[in-house]
Structure formats: C-alpha cells, structure tokens
Design a protein around this ligand. Structure first.
Ligand SMILES: [Zn+2]
Ligand SMILES: [Zn+2]
Length: 381
C-alpha cells in the first residue's frame, strides 16, 4: 500500500520512547477526537481518523514498530497492513475492539456491544495522595438524542430500510475474481440497516448530541502520577446499530500529581531538604520539621555531614495497595552563616585554633559515594 509518508509518532503525538500503554492511550484519544460522527462538518476528520488507525496498527504492534523504527516506512513493505482509507469507520472500530472498550456491532456476533470509553485528566497534590480524595471532573460525551430517541429521524418520520444492503446491514464483497467472498458492514448505513431521509434537527440526524457532564471521582490514597482511575459505565452509550442490551463504556481518569516545592516523591517515600547549622551538625540534636501531615522531630547525629540523610518511618506516602506508609527522608543541608556577630566570631576563632582539616583527605568523606547514593535514591534504584 502506498502509505502516507507522515511520521507515525507525529500522527499520534507520542515519543519514540513511549510505551505501549501510552501509544494506546494516545490513539484512543485521537480516534475519539477525529471520529466522523463527532465532526459532521469536517471532511478532514475522517482522513485524520484513518491516519491515526494506520499509525496505531504499526506502533501498537511490537514487531511492526521495530521494523518501522529501523527502516521507516520502507521497513513495512511486504508486511500485512490494512488499507484504512478504503475501510469504513465502523470496521476500523471493530478491528480495534479492545481499545475502544467494546464493539460497534462487529467483533463477536450476538454479544451486546459496549459504548466507547472516554478519557479525561485530573490534577491532584501530594496531600491528596496522602489522604485519598474526591474530585469533580467535567467531560463531554455523546448521549442519545432526546428529540428523536436516537434514531436520527425528525419526529413524525421514521428511518427507512437502507437501499444499499436492503436493510441487512451487511454487504458482500468478492475479491480475486470470485476466489473469496467477504461480508462487511454496509458502508451506506454503517451496519444498522436503516437510513434517515428526514433528519432530526436537534442532532442533525446523528441520533446523538454532545452533553457536558460532571461527576465526582474517588481517587485512592497512594496513587502515582499517570495512573488511571476507571469509572465504570460513565462512558458513552452503545450505538443503536449494535442492538439493545449493550452497556455504556467506561471513563478513564488519568491522574496527574503536581510537583511540590517542599517534597520530592520517590515511590512511597518523601524526600525533603532540612537546613541545619554547622554547630548543630557537629554536636547533634533534635530538629522539628514540617512533614506533609504535621511536625516531625528528626534526630541529627553528632558529626552529621552535608547531604546525610535521616529517615523517619511511616511519614511518607501510603502504598496504593498495602496502604503502608513509606519514609520521610530528610536530607541535611548544612548552613554556613554569611555574617557573624562579634561574639560568634570570637568563639569561632577560638575554635579554629583547635581545628584540623587535611585538604588531602577531601575524598574521605565519601563524597563520590554520596553523589551516587543520592542519584540512585532519586531515580529509585
Ligand atoms: Zn435527534
Ligand atoms: Zn445498508
């Protein structure tokens, strides 16, 4: 097939490093965006919709993706591929059944089809991760048109039997000079067997209207950035063509955890800098710090060094599954005063006479190991 030469990663708006789940999500979002039903006035939508399907067929398949990464479009020549541009939109949906959370009347026959899944995003803070929270999320979804009860026909009129398929909803195509026959959804009626001649004004014959909806979503404590809360039955209703008995799709709420100025999250641990005086570091003592949920006293050992870490158990974030809390990791930052008063200066000068630091032993504080530990702890190794 003469593939369009647009980059598949660009079409889906993903990175070369994106994983399968991210690619799937990007495709689902774009397929919803460009679905011709949702863009009745934009002929370009169907072109985009099909370009996305083509890109997803490749990037969603490990083997094809590898070939594409190595050799570009040329790497896919001779590889089985669908010509999406000649396919009906509904056929594409039934092909990627699993992604859209249900069928379009295609797929397993007889099984009631589900409506589409929808996706939305919500941002929460670390305190919400600690306690769990409820958030109101707003999203638009297609609903069955109330004016025509979803059949798309002007009240008083009725849809008529489709002339292309004589109301069967399917057409036969023959290929290779009659060598095989293929039954596909009728391109004229989309498989429903009926067409509307006198269109409902409220939905322009679509049978559906876009409705803004708000619901409250419970977000469990311990959730990680990018994880999805699935709300069953808050997606779109199944298509009429799929017959009665189908369930609504689901709503996928992608949770984003906002950066916090005070803490760095490291799985279930919270890392925070704690400034102490150098006398305090040398002598040791207790320091009160403000954790995510109230003050915590940390014990500074005598002789603590800059960058040393004090761990406080059970003051981090809860684990999503076990709900056991991680640690608060206080990283000591030794503060050297920029200005000294006379008394301090005297005391320090007195002290300095007793102090001996051998500059040749700079590495003995474990500097390089500390750098490595720090890096590892922040990248979670
Ligand atoms: Zn209507
Ligand atoms: Zn038809």
């Amino acid at each position: 097939m003469a593939a369009t030469q647009r980059c598949y990663y660009e079409i889906l708006g993903v990175e070369k490093t994106s994983n399968g789940e991210e690619i799937k999500r990007a495709y689902r979002r774009l397929a919803m965006k460009w679905h011709p039903d949702r863009n009745p006035d934009n002929p370009q939508a169907e072109v985009e919709f099909k370009a996305c399907a083509e890109a997803y067929e490749v990037l969603g398949d490990d083997e094809k993706r590898r070939l594409y990464d190595q050799h570009g479009h040329a790497g896919l020549r001779g590889n089985p591929h669908h010509d999406f541009r000649s396919m009906h939109v509904e056929e594409i949906f039934s092909m990627f059944n699993d992604i859209f959370g249900g069928g379009m009347g295609g797929g397993r026959r007889g099984a009631p089809a589900r409506g589409f899944d929808l996706e939305t995003e919500v941002e929460i803070g670390l305190v919400d991760v600690l306690n769990g929270c409820k958030r109101e999320v707003g999203f638009a979804r297609a609903e069955v048109c109330g004016t025509c009860s979803g059949d798309g026909a002007k009240p008083g009129s009725k849809p008529v039997s489709c002339p292309t398929c004589q109301g069967r909803g399917q057409v036969q195509q023959t290929g290779l000079g009659g060598m095989f026959r293929m039954v596909t959804a009728c391109p004229n009626c989309g498989g429903g067997g009926k067409v509307v001649t006198d269109k409902c004004v409220a939905c322009r014959g679509n049978g559906r209207v876009r409705v803004n909806r708000k619901i409250e979503v419970a977000i469990p404590a311990g959730i990680q950035d990018g994880q999805v809360v699935r709300v069953q039955g808050e997606g779109e209703p199944p298509r009429r063509e799929a017959g009665p008995g189908g369930a609504r799709g689901d709503l996928h709420v992608v949770v984003r955890v906002a950066q916090d100025d005070r803490f760095e999250r490291n799985d279930d641990d919270l890392v925070m800098p704690v400034a102490i005086g150098f006398a305090q570091a040398a002598l040791g003592g207790s320091v009160e710090v403000e954790s995510l949920d109230g003050p915590v006293t940390i014990e500074v050992k005598p002789g603590s060094q800059h960058g040393d870490v004090v761990r406080v158990q059970d003051r981090g974030l809860p684990n999503l599954r076990s709900k056991r809390r991680g640690e608060l990791v206080a990283m000591l930052m030794i503060h050297v005063p920029r200005k000294l008063n006379e008394r301090q200066k005297q005391l320090l000068q007195e002290y300095a006479k007793t102090e001996k630091v051998d500059v040749r032993k700079s590495h003995e504080g474990g500097f390089w190991q500390k750098m490595k530990d720090l890096k590892d702890s922040l990248t979670g190794h």
